[in-house]
Every structure is written in structure tokens, then in C-alpha cells.
Design a binder for this molecule. Structure first.
Ligand code: ARG
Length: 483
């Protein structure tokens, strides 16, 4: 080996090899072109390791100082783009270590004492993912806040609620949006939960069995902020498990998949609502595109793509979970394949959330600070649609129950009334009192109150129901929660 540097990966594992790798194998096995993205986590982990090695007397204080100096230089080289990434050096870890040794000599070679790339890479991925989760949770909160803002303006706007995509019962548009707020709040909870299990330190597991050096793993965990709510260091307690499992990445991708599934449901509704047949909402033009042939078209590209990208993220979940299946303990090179799906999941989720925050809530006007350009609601179209489809039929049944009819009989009676309204081509509320009384003699004039959309809404005044009083209560709760 040349005195102070590792130019080629083969030089990292000595004279044992009798022939060089072919170019094809080199490209096949290298990960540097994607895992260089972990560079900051790699340097951060190395600095914490070096500090601990020095405190434990495993390397000298001068070595630690040299490592810190070298890493500062490497950091600025990577940041200004002058760092030369070498395919020959396989991955981010060997690239950085080789440059360190080139810069500071033997101290650089001492950094890898009591460590293996196996615990190093597991640590890097965890540190990187933890920091990404810390960016994703605020985005989820922003999206919830944007939905709550639109909800607050639309508490009294009524649209048909659907089951089986058939008009079912009238609901408040705010209530409908708040259903998504619930979903995204659970997504944020899931992310926080995944973070707890991600934020644990594998370093010190070494290759697979632990190490002969007197490491202080808890010190490294504290330095890296791998602590629980009480500040207790969180360290992987079994070296074989620490280097090999990627369940935290799978869990994260599962949480991301669920979040994308929620986004795709919302997207589907936006797409329907924007179509001429509904005309319930508009989104700003910048989230749509025209057609190259049909001049009248405005296509909801962003919601459609988000719906499509959900498949991509769910695909990554399948990829990662299948990657783990059947791997014997401990580390296997298979795990190098964890990175691209994980990176792409994070990128897709973050971009999607950012776009949705803006598409729903708009952007602050620089002059006034007031957000503009979010979802526009056509309250009239929603209400007109709610009037079609006999959305208050259940209310008539409930009315009859209150008059003493068993619910099943009331259900049957109302079915006849709906049939009559269909044949007269009118709404239930448009049937004359005498006609209604023909179905049941106990029906009185006050029936029209419960047949109105607003009456129907107001009547659903139980916790979690769509009555405006309940919706306002939920908005206040979300506001307090989201701060
Ligand atoms: N590039 C590798 C990965 O991403 C680093 C660990 C390699 N360890 C090994 N024993 N080959 O997983």
C-alpha cells in the first residue's frame, strides 16, 4: 500500500487478492454515486467516534485533532464541489476515509479503530433518516394547518357526502377536509414513532460481534443526539442486530406509503371535484397544464402525479421489505440496496407534501403576508349537487322513528316516498304535505325542517359529526394542537 493514501478500494483490504476487479464488477458493486448523499452523516458519525476514541485513550488527542482538521477540509471540499468522488473507492465511507488519510496521514488510518463499515453505514443511514423525518413532520403539520384554514372558511358550505360514490347524506365541506387532517395527523404521529426506533446507535457493533477496544458507545450516542425523551442514550443492544436489520427503514417507508395513500385519496377527490361534472373546486392554474390538442382543457396534473407517485413509494416499501427477507445474520451486501428506495421515498414524500401545502393553502402575498391562490370553493355547485340524490332521506326516516315507528319500518316508508319523488322528478322536500302524510299519518309540517340540507347538518350534533357546532369544535382542537 502506498504510504499515506488509499487510491483504490483493493488497497483497503490488502494483499490477499490476486487479481483486480473488472470494470463491470466495480460498477456493479459500487454505491458511491448514490450513497455520497450520506456524506454529512458519515462525517458527523466519524467525528463522534474519534472524540470517543480519544477520550478512551484508544487514539491520541493529536490524532483526534488531525481527524477534525481533515474532516473540516473534506466538508468544505464537498460543499464547494471540489471533492473528487472515486468509483474505485466503492462507497462514501471509503472515499472520505481515503481523502482523510491523504490529508492527515496516520491519524486518518486510526479513525477506523473499533469500527467497521457495517456499523458505520447502519449509523449513517439512521442519522440521515432521523434528520429527514425532522423535516417531514413539520411539512405534515403545515399541510394540516392549510386544510384547517380552508375548512374554517367553509363550515357552512354543504356538499353531498358519498358512500359507494352515490349521494348519501349532506356534509359540511369543512368536515370533509378535516377528515384528511385526521389522516395527516396520524401520519405525523407514525413518523414520530418511527423516529424513536430510528434514532438508535449501531456504532460499536463493529463488523458483527462487537469489538476488543474499550469503546464508550453511550457517549457516542449522546454526542449524536441519539437519546430518548429523558435524554437517555439509545444504543443498539445486540451487535448482530445493529449491523444487519433495516426494519427502521422499512417502517419509515410503510409510514410514507400510508401518507402517500392519504394524499392519493385527496388527489382523487380533487380530480373529481375539478371535473366539469362536479365543478366543486378550482386549484390555481400553476398546478395544472393544458392540452396540446384540446384548447379548452385544464388538467389537474399535480394531483394526478401525486396519485401516481403513491405507486412508486408503495413499490419502494415492497422493494425494501423483500430485500430484508431471508437474509441470514449479520450484515450482507444486499443491504447496500436499501439506499436508493429510501432516498427516493424521502424525496417523493417531501416534494409532494411541499406542493400540497401550497396548492391547498396558497402562498403568502409578499405585500400583505396573507396567503393567496389556494383551493377555490364553489359553494353553490356543492349545494346544488347535495340537493340531488335524496340526501336527506335518512333524516325523514329518523323523523318517523321519533314519531314512534321502528327504524326498519321507517326505512321502508321512506323508500316509498323517494320512489314517489323520483316519479314526480322532484326532491323529497318538494313533495306536498298531503302526499307525505299519505305515507305516514304522523308526518306534520315540521318535517320540512328535517328535509332541508341545513336541518340535516345541524341534526348531526354528536361528537365527530358534521353539525357546524361540532366542526367548529374540531377546528379549535386542531388549532390548539398545531399551535
Ligand atoms: N456500501 C456498503 C453498504 O451500503 C457499506 C458496508 C459495506 N460493508 C461490507 N462489509 N462490504 O451497505
Amino acid at each position: 500500500m502506498s504510504t499515506n493514501q488509499l487510491d483504490k478500494k483493493s488497497e483497503a483490504w490488502s494483499a490477499l487478492f490476486s487479481e483486480p476487479m473488472s470494470e463491470l464488477v466495480k460498477r456493479y458493486t459500487a454505491s458511491v454515486f448514490f450513497d455520497k448523499r450520506l456524506w454529512l452523516a458519515d462525517i458527523t458519525g466519524s467525528l463522534a467516534h474519534a472524540e470517543m476514541l480519544a477520550v478512551q485513550g484508544i487514539i491520541g488527542a493529536d490524532d483526534r485533532e488531525a481527524i477534525e482538521r481533515g474532516m473540516a477540509q473534506i466538508r468544505s471540499e464537498i460543499e464547494d464541489g471540489s471533492f473528487e468522488w472515486k468509483l474505485d473507492l466503492e462507497d462514501v465511507h471509503l472515499n472520505i476515509e481515503a481523502r482523510l488519510t491523504q490529508l492527515v496521514g496516520d491519524a486518518g488510518k486510526r479513525l477506523h479503530t473499533g469500527r467497521s463499515r457495517n456499523d458505520q453505514v447502519a449509523t449513517d443511514v439512521r442519522l440521515w433518516l432521523r434528520d429527514e423525518i425532522d423535516l417531514i413532520v413539520p411539512l405534515l403539520n403545515e399541510l394540516q394547518a392549510a386544510l384547517v384554514d380552508v375548512a374554517e372558511k367553509n363550515v357552512d358550505v354543504i356538499l353531498p357526502g358519498f358512500t359507494h360514490l352515490q349521494v348519501a347524506q349532506p356534509v359540511s365541506f369543512a368536515h370533509h377536509l378535516l377528515a384528511y387532517v385526521e389522516m395527516f395527523s396520524r401520519d405525523a404521529e407514525r413518523m414520530a414513532d418511527v423516529r424513536r426506533r430510528t434514532n438508535r446507535l449501531p456504532l460499536g457493533s463493529a463488523a458483527l460481534a462487537g469489538t476488543t477496544y474499550p469503546l464508550d458507545r453511550e457517549r457516542v450516542a449522546r454526542t449524536l443526539g441519539m437519546v430518548d425523551e429523558k435524554g437517555e442514550p439509545q444504543v443498539c443492544q445486540n451487535s448482530l442486530d445493529g449491523v444487519s436489520d433495516r426494519d427502521f427503514a422499512i417502517e419509515f417507508t410503510a409510514a410514507a406509503s400510508l401518507c402517500m395513500v392519504h394524499i392519493s385519496r385527496f388527489s382523487e377527490e380533487l380530480i373529481l371535484w375539478m371535473s366539469q361534472n362536479f365543478g366543486f373546486v378550482k386549484i390555481a392554474d400553476r398546478f395544472t397544464t393544458g392540452s396540446s390538442i384540446m384548447p379548452q382543457k385544464k388538467n389537474p396534473d399535480v394531483p394526478e402525479l401525486a396519485r401516481g407517485k403513491t405507486g412508486r413509494v408503495v413499490g419502494h416499501l415492497m422493494g425494501l421489505i423483500t430485500l430484508m427477507k431471508g437474509q441470514p445474520l449479520a450484515y450482507n451486501k444486499d443491504n447496500q440496496e436499501d439506499k436508493e428506495p429510501l432516498f427516493d421515498t424521502v424525496d417523493t414524500l417531501k416534494d409532494t407534501l411541499r406542493i400540497f401545502v401550497e396548492m391547498v393553502g396558497g402562498q403568502p402575498n409578499p405585500a400583505t403576508g396573507v396567503k393567496e391562490g389556494g383551493i377555490t370553493v364553489n359553494a353553490l355547485a356543492m349545494e346544488e349537487a347535495a340537493k340531488k340524490g335524496y340526501a336527506t332521506a335518512t333524516d325523514l326516516a329518523d323523523y318517523l322513528v321519533k314519531k314512534g315507528l321502528p327504524f326498519r319500518d321507517a326505512h321502508e316508508t321512506v323508500a316509498h316516498a323517494v320512489k314517489a319523488a323520483v316519479s314526480h322528478n322532484c326532491d323529497l322536500s318538494e313533495l306536498p304535505l298531503a302526499v307525505l302524510q299519505g305515507f305516514n299519518a304522523s308526518i306534520e309540517k315540521d318535517v320540512y325542517e328535517c328535509l332541508s340540507l341545513r336541518g340535516s347538518l345541524n341534526a348531526r350534533n354528536t361528537l365527530g359529526g358534521t353539525a357546524p357546532a361540532q366542526v367548529l369544535h374540531q377546528i379549535a382542537r386542531h388549532r390548539a394542537r398545531l399551535g
